[in-house]
Design a protein around this ligand. Structure first.
Ligand code: HEM
Length: 141
């Protein structure tokens, strides 16, 4: 018999977060929404300008990176090689305004998904760790 305790999903264990995010299809939608927000939100112009004009490749990279980060398949490594986020970002100037603009786009993108409130809150909190790590390791911070 199920009860509220046995029904509680513990995100972050094995591929539970990957599944809650709708697997690759769901993460592709999240990544597409994320870059579409980055492309249009005035508050994100400072980071939009750091990216190439065409965001299609980045959408694929983010989708596959997030799949792996959330416990799903490691397709990113097979397709794009090793995944060092500090290294991938080291040539950019990322201080608090850039970090916060990135997180704003991600929070808004998460809000557009049909995830449960519990998973949305969890995911928003989780993104703060790599974003802050990237800010700290940015060469110019
Ligand atoms: C902290 C603020 C961040 C800024 C300003 C930022 C900005 C950028 C920029 C400018 C690029 C290169 C884009 C291009 O080549 O056109 C990039 C690449 C990337 N970013 Fe970020 N990023 C941030 C945080 C994050 C976070 C938190 C994640 C993941 C959780 C992430 C995942 C990626 C991935 C997967 C790539 C592609 C790396 C590759 O070339 O394989 N970024 N980011």
């Amino acid at each position: 018999m199920s009860n509220s305790i046995s029904e509680k999903i513990i995100f972050g264990v094995a591929d539970s977060s990957y599944k809650a995010a709708g697997e690759e299809h769901g993460l592709r939608k999240l990544s597409t929404d994320f870059y579409s927000l980055m492309d249009t939100l005035p508050a994100a112009k400072l980071i939009r300008d750091m990216h190439k004009d065409d965001l299609e490749l980045m959408t694929d990279k983010l989708t596959l990176f997030l799949s792996m980060w959330l416990g799903g398949p490691r397709t990113y490594i097979e397709k794009y090689g090793k995944a060092s986020m500090p290294q991938a970002h080291s040539k950019f100037i990322i201080n608090e305004p850039e970090r916060d603009a990135w997180l704003l786009c991600m929070d808004r993108a998460i809000d557009r998904q049909s995830y449960t409130k519990q998973f949305k809150d969890y995911l928003k909190k989780q993104f703060r760790f790599p974003a802050e790590m990237i800010r700290k390791t940015s060469k110019f911070s």
